[in-house]
Design a protein around this ligand. Structure first.
Ligand SMILES: [Zn+2]
Length: 296
């Protein structure tokens, strides 16, 4: 009997051990699988797969391709002056599409205005009220007036170096809320959390002052397009860092709603650009001697 009990106990121990090994094995397998699995952090289901170095397949002369530089990723900061301001006929009046602080002289790039309009509609649907645009396109002369007129240098860039010269930047405030209360207001918080869904990034976030050279500006948003905005938001990158990431990686691949995008950097090579063959694409100058291509 004693030996039977021992055998039974031994069998139970063996079974337990077997179960433990099985559980550990399943856990380990799960960890290995999930480690390689792209993480979905948002309902939009945009995911970054492993940065893939995909060599471009076709060299194309920029001028011969019907190529349009969207300028959506042009870096304009202390180190990089704006190269080409949009001409007046490339801009549209923000009023009456969106609420503005003054109805005349408030112009934006059409893509930026469309994004702001969608953003404001979404805000209203979410019960976030009173948003309006206080600044859009500013010419270099206007910036010089602001800069030389005693504006705070922590917030206002020298003439030629303001994102507002691109027509893609917009300052947003809310009725009855002061500039320096805006970041903590429900409106400021909502915008900071949701603008990227419409392709607008919070350009000068808190904690990135050493990179952007500009103090936290909860009111200043920059249009870059939805896919780029999502990656920046998800990875916590400001525009300077995002351009550097694409430069360093050469290319990254992401998926959004089942659609795969290839984002790649191309150095400026005598007006020639390498493009992935057989794909549709958009191109933006980074204003840093190179282009970022979004292909799909
Ligand atoms: Zn601004």
């Amino acid at each position: 009997m004693a030996s039977r009990k021992k055998i039974r106990a031994y069998r139970i121990e063996k079974t337990l051990l077997f179960l433990m090994v099985m559980v550990m094995g399943v856990c380990a397998a799960y960890m290995i699988i999930t480690a390689n699995e792209p993480i979905t952090r948002d309902a939009d289901s945009i995911i970054i797969t492993s940065p893939a170095r995909i060599e471009p397949q076709a060299a194309t002369a920029l001028a011969n391709t019907g190529f349009t530089d969207t300028g959506y990723l042009a870096l304009v900061n202390h180190n990089h002056a704006v190269r080409a301001q949009p001409s007046h006929d490339m801009l549209v009046s923000a009023w009456p599409t969106v609420a503005v602080s003054r109805v005349d002289g408030m112009y934006l790039h059409p893509s930026a205005l469309r994004a702001v309009s969608e953003l404001f509609a979404s805000a209203q649907a979410a019960g976030v009220e009173g948003l309006f645009v206080t600044s859009g396109f500013r010419g270099v002369e206007h910036q010089a007036q602001l800069y030389n007129g005693g504006a705070n240098g922590n917030f206002v860039m020298p003439p030629g170096h303001s994102e507002h010269h691109t027509g893609l930047a917009v300052d947003i405030m809310a009725m009855g809320i002061g500039q320096f209360e805006f970041g903590d207001s429900a409106q400021g918080q909502w915008l900071g959390a949701n603008s990227y869904r419409y392709g607008l990034i919070l350009r000068y976030p808190e904690g990135a002052e050493h990179i952007t050279g500009i103090a936290f500006e909860p009111w200043h948003f920059r249009y870059v397009g939805r896919v780029h905005a999502y990656i920046m938001r998800r990875e916590g990158l400001v525009l300077e860092e995002y351009i550097q990431l694409i430069k360093d990686e050469g290319s990254i691949q992401i998926e959004k709603n089942g659609k795969s995008y290839l984002i790649l950097f191309q150095a400026d090579q005598n007006d020639t650009i390498n493009l992935p063959a057989g794909m549709e694409f958009t191109i933006s100058s980074t204003n840093t001697a190179g282009y970022i291509v979004k292909a799909w």
